[in-house]
Design a binder for this molecule. Structure first.
Ligand SMILES: Nc1nc2c(ncn2[C@@H]2O[C@H](COP(=O)(O)OP(=O)(O)OP(=O)(O)O)[C@@H](O)[C@H]2O)c(=O)[nH]1
Ligand SMILES: [Mg+2]
Length: 462
């Protein structure tokens, strides 16, 4: 795709298919000219003759003079438009034929079809937004929860941009002082204000560490967490999946070994997207099919970040329960004692040895008992006790995080150089590199292939 973007581009900005309206967007120098060629307004006005942010009502006419659609056309003149170029939006009646036909007419009149994300790319190349804001556009489009939408909206407003600029400023400040000290006291390094500057570097690093640690929460909100429901057969795993997802997704029967294949469902627990898999009950079996299912359960345990272990409160603690517990030793686990509506025969003392009391809870998947509590525990465990409220925080993405990690180790190196009283070129070099790296977050110094990768994630017409 190359990083420049030239010519006048056109795309259908709405989803193809039956809908109330469909929008064809034009951006570039010839937008107004092209639109005027194919559009006849009721009032006989031309787009070239009206002010920006005005609309005209009329018809799109093809080369043979046939009416293609009845439309409303909006004009947004440069530089106050999405791309900072002349933009024309043609609101057609929804439906794939009308919009496609209008787009084809635009192409015949000199536009070219836009690459995915090319409108946003132009907004970036023309300096209206920085790279973190362009990334926020993708996040906004893809948001599946209210929280992730809020994060994306804030980043689109420049939350990340402002913060990174501030950090850059702070590094620059240290650099300036470092270089100033060189000019004045060439021989006597002892007088260089290393101590003061080391402290500043550490402060900058601490701020970055906070951004890095909050990133994980943002990632969870955006992409969800993999969780697996596991346990021996017939304990109520599928019943629990159905209850949490409020659907009759998995088959429930009183026959042990009902679930053979893993059943996956995406659901939201207190705003956290959970990719929850119900697995085949683990037991020793001679059935070849069930064996495969059990193997898959073990694989899901490995992949899951969170495990919901289900035990049957009505049955005694068995060797198989213990074997399963051993397999999940290092996993974040909530131990769900199911079937509390029945007589309890499970020896609680054998369970308490393995789990934190806080994460043992009694439920009934059949009657819906203890589910609110379970949902709350899931949230607490996933968020490391932290609050899910990310409104006050700046949430960066994983690309930003990787850059910040590099920057952070450069700051370490600068700090070390100063502590060891090395000559100032050394810390200065580290800090300059760090400064440049931060520019990659904003798109100032980002390599073309990375830019291309980011913009290619967009849908066409954005
Ligand atoms: N009384 C009572 N019965 C339950 C409860 N939860 C599940 N059951 C019953 O236990 C039986 C097994 O439930 P499932 O959800 O199929 O159990 P499972 O763990 O998925 O079983 P497999 O797929 O065979 O491993 C069914 O008859 C359920 O109705 C509960 O809380 N109380
Ligand atoms: Mg099942």
């Amino acid at each position: 795709m190359g990083i420049e973007s030239t010519g006048t581009i056109v795309a259908i900005g709405t989803r193809p298919g039956e809908a109330a309206i469909g929008i064809v967007k034009l951006s570039g120098d010839k937008s107004i000219f092209i639109a005027d060629k194919i559009f006849r307004s009721k009032s006989k006005k031309k787009l070239s003759g009206i002010d920006t942010y005005n609309m005209l009502y009329g018809h799109i006419i093809d080369n043979d003079g046939h009416t293609i659609d009845e439309v409303v056309v909006t004009l947004m003149k440069k530089p106050k438009s999405y791309t900072r170029e002349d933009v024309v939006e043609i609101n057609c009646h929804g439906g794939i034929i009308a919009t496609t036909k209008v787009m084809e007419l635009c192409i015949e009149s000199g536009a070219r079809i836009a690459d995915p994300g090319e409108f946003t790319k132009r907004a970036f190349l023309n300096g209206r937004i920085d790279l973190s804001q362009a990334e926020a556009v993708i996040d906004l489009v893809r948001s599946k929860t209210e929280q992730s939408l809020k994060i994306a909206a804030k980043n689109l407003q420049g939350n990340v941009k402002k913060e990174i600029k501030r950090l850059k400023e702070m590094i620059l400040n240290v650099l300036v002082q470092l270089e100033a000290s060189v000019d004045f006291i060439e021989e006597d390094l002892e007088i260089t204000p290393y101590q003061k500057l080391t402290k500043k570097v550490r402060e900058i690093k601490a701020e970055m560490e906070e951004l890095i640690s909050d990133e994980k929460k943002g990632e969870i909100i955006k992409n969800g967490v993999k969780a697996a429901i596991i346990g021996k057969t017939n304990v109520g795993k599928s019943s629990l999946l159905n209850l949490l997802s409020k659907k009759e997704k998995a088959i429930v029967t009183s026959i042990p070994g009902t679930t053979r294949d893993a059943v996956e469902e995406i659901l939201y627990v207190e705003g956290i997207p959970l990719i929850l898999v119900d697995t085949a009950g683990i037991r020793k079996t001679k059935s070849a099919i069930e064996k495969i299912g059990v193997d898959r359960s073990l694989k899901h345990i490995n992949e899951a970040e969170l495990v919901l272990l289900v035990l049957d409160g009505n049955r005694k603690f068995e060797k198989m329960d213990l074997e399963i517990i051993k397999k999940i030793e290092r996993k974040k686990t909530i131990c769900c004692i199911n079937k509390v509506d029945l007589k309890q025969n499970l020896e609680m003392e054998s369970i308490r040895k393995y789990f934190n009391e806080k994460f043992i809870i009694k439920i009934s998947a059949l009657k819906g008992i203890g589910i609110r509590k379970l949902e709350n525990k899931i949230k607490v465990l996933i968020m490391d006790n932290g609050d899910l409220n990310l409104e006050e925080k700046i949430i960066i993405n994983s690309r930003h995080k990787n850059i910040l990690k590099e920057v952070s180790s450069l700051l370490d190196s600068a700090e070390k150089a100063m502590k060891e009283k090395m000559s100032e070129e050394f810390p200065s070099y580290d800090l300059k590199t760090a400064y440049g790296l931060l520019g990659e977050i904003l798109g100032e110094t980002t390599r073309d292939d990375i830019l291309d990768k980011i913009f290619s994630q967009f849908c066409i017409g954005k």
